[in-house]
Design a protein around this ligand. Structure first.
Ligand code: NDP
Ligand code: 2IT
Length: 449
C-alpha cells in the first residue's frame, strides 16, 4: 500500500493534491486488501491510480480586444468500471493535471456511492472566467468544446459543472456540441430546464450536503433546528447549502469568497440569500458587498500573513466548507474543535487537510467527507441522465425525494461499512471502503482491460 503511494509520487512528483487523495483512500482500504489478496494479484491499485485516458488540448480564443488568448483544456477519464465517465468541468486559473486527477480519483468512489451507474472523470481549464464578458466566456467555451466533443457522448463521458462552470457555461458548451455532432443528446448535465435539464440539479449539492449533516445528527437524536452554522464559499454549493439550512430552521452565520468572508451575527435570512444569489450569479460581484449592504455583517479580507482562516475561529455547531480543496488546515480544524463544533459536512471536494481530518475523527466530531456529503450533485446529474434517456422530466418533489433517499442511503452505507470494519462512526473509512469495493468488484468481473 505504501508502495503505491511511492509509485504515484515518483511517477508524478509535482501532483501533490493527487498524492493526498490517493493517500487518504489507500489508508482506508488497507483492511480490504488484507482480506482480499486477489485484489493485489490483479494489480487493482496500480490500475486505479492510472487514468484510463487523459486528454490535454490547446484552447485558443479571441478576447474582446481582438487579442488571441491560449488556455489549456483537460479531460481525465479515470474509470469506466461501473458506467460512463462522469464528473464536472472546473474553470479556474489554479487548474492543472494534479488537481484534476485528484478530483477525478475522488469522483470514481463518490459516484460508486450514489448507487447510480456512473464511472468517474473530471476536466476543465486554467481559464479564469472572472472579469470576462459573456461573449468572451462563450468564445472560450466554444473553442473548448471544438476539441472536447471528440471524446464525450451520452454513453461515453458526460461532463457537468464545478468551480467556474455553471448554467451559463453549460449552455455555451452544449450549443457547440449539438452543432458539431448534429444531435440533441444528454451529453452534459446541469442543463437549463427548458432544454433537457433536471429540476433540483442546481440545488442538489448544497441540499444533499445538508441532508447528510441531518442524517449524521440523527444518529445522536439531534437535528439542525436552531443549530448555528458556518458556511464557506458563496457559489453554487454554498448558496443552496444556506437555502436548505434555512428550511431546516438553522442559523447561518458566514459566507466567503477568495478575497475574504462575511460574518453576520443576526443570521443570513432568505432576503439576504436572494441578494447573494443575484450578487454572485448575475452581477458576478464580491462577497464584500454583502457587508456594504447589511450593517449586521462584518467583512474580513483574506490576510496572507495568517496561518489559519479566521472564518473557522467563530463559535458554531456545524461547519459546511463549500469553497475549495484544503481550505481547512490543521489549525482551522483545531479552532473549530476548541469552539465546540459538532458537525462538519463537506460541500467542497477534499476541503480538509489530512491532519485536520484526523483531528475531527480523534475528537469524535460527526465528520462527513466530501465524497459522501457532496455526492448529491452528481446524483441528480445521474437522475438528469435518466430523465434524458427516458425523454421525460420528473417533478421537483420527485427529484428532491430521490435525492434525499440517495443521501440517506450513502449515509447508511458509509456508517454500516465503517462498523463492519471496526471503525464505528468513521465516515471516511466507511465511504472509502464502500466506494472502493463496488468499483474493484466491477473491475474484477470485467477482466484485464
Ligand atoms: P462556484 O464556482 O459556484 O463557487 C466557488 C466558490 O468557492 C466561490 O465563492 C469562490 O470564490 C470560492 N473559491 C474557489 N476557489 C477558491 C480558492 N482557491 N480559494 C478560496 N475560495 C475559492 O463553485 P461550486 O460552488 O460549484 O464549487 C464549490 C466546491 O464544491 C468545489 O470544491 C467543487 O469541487 C465542489 N463541488 C461542486 C459540485 C457542484 O455540483 N457544483 C458538486 C460537488 C462538489 P471566488 O468567486 O472568489 O473564486
Ligand atoms: O464534484 C462533483 O461531484 C461535481 N462537480 C458534480 C459532477 C457532476 O457530474 O454532476
Amino acid at each position: 500500500m505504501s508502495d503505491i503511494i511511492q509509485i504515484v509520487k515518483s511517477k508524478d512528483p509535482t501532483e501533490k493534491e493527487f498524492h493526498q487523495a490517493v493517500g487518504e483512500v489507500m489508508e482506508s482500504v488497507k483492511p480490504v486488501l488484507d482480506r482480499n489478496p486477489e485484489y493485489g494479484n490483479a494489480k487493482i491499485l496500480e490500475r486505479l491510480v492510472e487514468p484510463e485516458r487523459v486528454i490535454l488540448f490547446r484552447v485558443p480564443w479571441l478576447d474582446d480586444q481582438g487579442t488571441i488568448q491560449v488556455n489549456r483544456g483537460f479531460r481525465i477519464e479515470m474509470s469506466s468500471a461501473i458506467g460512463p465517465y462522469k464528473g464536472g468541468l472546473r474553470f479556474h486559473p489554479s487548474v492543472n493535471l494534479g488537481i484534476l486527477k485528484f478530483l477525478a480519483f475522488e469522483q470514481v468512489f463518490k459516484n460508486a456511492l450514489t448507487t447510480l451507474p456512473m464511472g468517474g472523470g473530471k476536466g476543465g481549464s486554467d481559464f479564469d472566467p472572472k472579469g470576462k464578458s459573456d461573449n468572451e466566456v462563450m468564445r472560450f467555451c466554444q473553442s473548448f468544446m471544438c476539441e472536447l466533443f471528440r471524446y464525450i457522448g451520452p454513453n461515453t463521458d458526460v461532463p457537468a459543472g464545478d468551480i467556474g462552470v455553471g448554467g451559463r457555461e453549460i449552455g455555451y458548451l452544449f450549443g457547440m456540441y449539438k452543432k458539431l455532432r448534429n444531435e440533441f443528446t444528454g451529453v452534459l448535465t446541469g442543463k437549463s430546464l427548458n432544454w433537457g435539464g433536471s429540476l433540483i440539479r442546481p440545488e442538489a449539492t448544497g441540499y444533499g450536503c445538508v441532508y447528510f449533516a441531518a442524517e449524521m445528527l440523527a444518529t445522536k437524536n439531534k437535528s439542525l433546528e436552531g443549530a448555528t452554522c458556518l458556511v464557506s464559499g458563496s457559489g453554487n454549493v454554498a448558496q443552496y447549502t444556506v437555502e436548505k439550512l434555512l428550511d431546516m430552521k438553522a442559523k447561518v452565520l458566514s459566507l466567503s469568497d477568495s478575497s475574504g468572508y462575511i460574518y453576520d451575527e443576526s443570521g443570513i435570512d432568505r432576503e439576504k440569500l436572494e441578494f447573494v444569489k443575484t450578487l454572485k450569479t448575475i452581477k458576478r460581484g464580491r462577497i464584500k458587498e454583502y457587508a456594504d449592504k447589511y450593517p449586521t455583517a462584518v467583512y474580513t479580507p483574506v490576510d496572507p500573513a495568517l496561518d489559519y482562516n479566521p472564518l473557522w475561529r467563530h463559535k458554531a455547531d456545524c461547519a459546511f466548507p463549500s469553497a475549495t480543496q484544503n481550505e481547512v488546515n490543521a489549525k482551522d480544524a483545531q479552532n473549530l474543535v476548541d469552539n465546540g463544533i459538532k458537525v462538519v459536512s463537506e460541500g467542497a471536494n477534499m476541503p480538509t487537510v489530512p491532519e485536520g481530518v484526523d483531528i475531527f475523527i480523534d475528537k469524535g466530531i460527526l465528520y462527513g467527507p466530501g465524497k459522501a456529503a457532496n455526492a448529491g450533485g452528481v446524483s441528480v446529474s445521474g437522475l438528469e441522465m435518466t430523465q434524458n434517456s427516458m425523454r421525460l422530466s420528473w417533478t421537483r418533489e420527485e427529484v428532491d425525494n430521490r435525492l434525499r433517499m440517495i443521501m440517506q442511503s450513502i449515509h447508511k452505507t458509509s456508517l454500516d461499512t465503517a462498523e463492519q470494519y471496526g471503525k464505528p462512526g468513521n465516515y471516511v473509512v466507511g465511504a472509502n471502503i464502500a466506494g472502493f469495493v463496488k468499483v474493484v468488484d466491477a473491475m474484477m468481473d470485467q477482466g484485464l482491460v
